[in-house]
Design a protein around this ligand. Sequence first.
Ligand SMILES: [Zn+2]
Ligand SMILES: [Zn+2]
Length: 196
Amino acid sequence: MPYPVQCACGTVKAELETTGHEIHCVCYCKDCQAFAHFLRKPETILDASGGTEVIQTSSANLRFTDGLLHVACMRLSANGMLRWYANCCHTPIGNTMANSKIAFVGLFRQVLATSGDRLDETFGDVSCRCNGQSAIGEPKPKDHGILKALVRLGSMILKNRINGRYRQSPFFHNGMPVAEPLILSNAQRQALTKLD
Ligand SMILES: [Zn+2]
Ligand SMILES: [Zn+2]
């Protein structure tokens, strides 16, 4: 049965096909923190150390079923990742690369937990913590599981590239993002990173 995905207000809905190969990850980097501030929801997105919790999987496993018009996209810089969110209620959806052939998405806890919190049950405990040196406060969380996550992610990306499944990503159409990314200026980005 597909795992239900939806924004906080229920306008954007999607289904996630689970595989058992997802990576449950917490990232403490400044960019992820800046995105939470961009959405003006740092208190609901970030944990006490400024961590963002995501489930990484192949983007071809996700399918929007409603509200695609409210799926918006931003980049913290011209070369940044594509950060997807529901613009109806500012719920973060996921992060993808700008190149549609690198087909993975890090789906946010917030978009996966609206129908009851089954994250650990479905995707296992957090297996990777990264960028702990950028965490807020002390002690800094220790990074772990990064190499294993990279190997898993790499093989997922390669498989999708070879079998052409990357074309099924709901975030791209003919290699172009389905929503025009809003690209922040340096000043706009810096203003967000100073907010914590
Ligand atoms: Zn919404
Ligand atoms: Zn990050």
